[in-house]
Design a protein around this ligand. Structure first.
Ligand code: KIV
Ligand code: ZN
Length: 391
């Protein structure tokens, strides 16, 4: 793998699907997995096989159909979880077991009522056992965001020795600041013996709205895998949004970090996940929200009509959106009205536009958004209608 390739690990079907109300059946999961494979994700986390017979079946069926991506199953550091994941993944061309344990003081004290040394022992045992089923074993240090760096480095060193190929450093509670998370990755890169044998992975939750920023800081500081979901769905406030990290890396080429994602599929993928899960995407969602390429203020509309780049940093086509939208509201200016009128066949002179614009503002003050049929109506009812020529 080239040193500037960032692996995209999609966990829509695991961390995303565990969200209340987002449950999918096997058939729906297969459709999404097939599309994720075409999208170009490197790893599909297909589920948590021991959690239910339905999830086991989904992981098994996904393993059979995925052609390019690695298929991954989640486990705790529990022998039976790992054995069941190994079985569920047996048809995968490239299987991965994702096992791990909480490493923060709070997890060790309250969840396990245990000690740091015991947790290291359990982690090593889990990784060694997972290695008896698959070559590719990813270890997660749950709540790594709140784990002391020196202890985290010791955990990482021990699991690399046991054969872990990927080290997942989750900010499980979405607590870290970007600078803090980046420094954690840098610390591990510089202080873990054998780190060159493994890939560091970011898995950041969005409790403070920092998931995407933290993942980007992670890869800037040496991580080479990002765990993310379509539309950023996931436990509580969600995960890192796949479409956001992919487009950040694409729009900032000087970072010299690439993904293998077919970005023109991003909008369709977002719609598929949102429709299948019945979970609505907020209109102002970056990249894939309904308003991500829509312009409604007069100043912005005038700029975009003259040249799209005045107010857009991405070409909508790059993410699968056909074109930028000029939305007509009471905040729109003459340029936007003339543009939309032209699109439906009216070529307006300056004087005609002045007349129609006054009628338009009266109309727009009563209706939130003015659509094409409204424009026809406003023009047809105007004093200047008989003089207007077709565009
Ligand atoms: O957030 C988290 O820590 C997780 C792990 C199970 C990887 O989802
Ligand atoms: Zn998570």
């Amino acid at each position: 793998m080239s040193d500037n390739k960032v692996q995209i690990f999609d966990t829509t079907l695991r961390d995303g699907e565990q969200v209340p109300g987002c449950k999918l059946n096997t058939e729906q999961k297969l459709i999404i997995a097939e599309q994720l494979d075409l999208l170009g994700v490197d790893i599909i986390e297909a589920g948590f096989p021991v959690s239910s017979p339905g999830d086991f079946k989904s992981v098994e069926e996904i393993s059979k159909i995925v052609k390019n991506a690695t298929v991954c199953g989640l486990t705790r550091s529990v022998e039976n979880d790992i054995k069941v994941a190994g079985e569920a993944l047996k048809y995968a061309k490239t299987p991965r077991i994702h096992t791990g344990i909480g490493t923060s003081d709070s997890h060790i004290k309250f969840k396990f009522k245990s000690t740091q040394e015991d947790v290291i022992e359990r982690a090593v045992k889990a990784v060694s056992y997972a290695k008896s089923f698959v070559e590719d074993v990813e270890f997660y240090a749950e709540d790594a965001g709140r784990t002391d760096n020196e202890y985290l480095a010791r955990v990482c060193e021990a699991v690399i020795k046991a054969g872990a190929t990927v080290l997942n450093i989750p900010d499980t509670t979405g607590y870290c600041l970007p600078s803090e998370y980046g420094a954690k990755i840098k610390y591990l890169k510089e202080n873990v013996k054998g780190i060159d044998k493994a890939i560091l992975s970011c898995h950041c939750h969005n409790d403070l709205g920092l998931a995407t920023a933290n993942s980007i800081e992670g890869v800037i500081n040496g991580a080479r895998q990002i765990e993310c979901t379509i539309n950023g769905i996931g436990e509580r406030a969600g995960n890192t949004a796949l479409e956001e990290v992919v487009m950040i890396l694409k729009q900032h080429p000087y970072l010299n970090l690439d993904t293998g994602i077919q970005t023109e599929m991003l909008y369709g993928m977002s719609q598929l996940v949102s429709d299948s899960m019945g979970i609505y995407t907020q209109p102002n969602k970056a990249i894939v929200g309904a308003n991500a390429f829509a312009h409604s203020s007069g100043i912005h509309q005038d700029g975009v009509i003259k040249n799209r780049e005045t107010y857009e940093i991405m070409d909508p086509k790059d993410v699968g959106v056909t074109e930028s939208a000029i939305v007509l509201t009471a905040r729109s200016g003459r340029a936007a009205l003339a543009y939309r009128a032209k699109n439906i066949g009216y070529e307006l002179t300056k004087l005609q536009l002045d007349e129609i614009y006054t009628n338009f503002l009266d109309f727009a003050d009563k209706k939130k958004e003015v659509d094409d049929s409204d424009i026809h109506q406003i023009i047809e009812n105007s004093k200047v209608y008989s003089e207007i020529t077709s565009a």
